[in-house]
Design a protein around this ligand. Sequence first.
Ligand SMILES: [Mg+2]
Length: 183
Amino acid sequence: MSRKRIIIDMDEVLADVIPKFTALYKKYFGKDLKPEDYAGKKIYDLPGAAHIRNHLHDPGFFLDLPVMPHAQEVVRWLVGHYDVYVATSAMEFPNSLSDKYQWLRREFPFIPWRNLIFCGSKEILSGDYMIDDHVSNVEKFGGKALLYTASHNLHETRFTRVNNWPEVRAFFERELEREKRGA
Ligand SMILES: [Mg+2]
């Protein structure tokens, strides 16, 4: 049987962009944000903060993002059982493409370059599973979608939710077990 395909998002799934945005917010507004300050939204959706999103154009913005806790070990485990692809939007902010490529090769060297997809819309992607924090991506996906918890999707209830990478592993352990039973 051919292996099933998982499509994994980068920002706010593999890579944590929140520290950069909270630092930028502090730079412009002098305030340390707490998660409850931006629950249900993105930091650049806070009043007066829309211009912070322009920093996504900055060369280097995506080059040194922290890796989400346990993402490397869990993705490495997934690669042993599934065809794993990383699909990340890069065309709205084209400077991000080189940064993201370098980041993924450095932090996830066990994912071959053929399995890295830098895209515009993710609607064109097909696979068995998608892990993404954006409702607009998971709701158009033809397979099983896992919504990775982020501040802006906290109120969404339509999708299977994963809060962290150990939960991702637990989900796929159940899937593999279920397939082994032929269910
Ligand atoms: Mg994302």
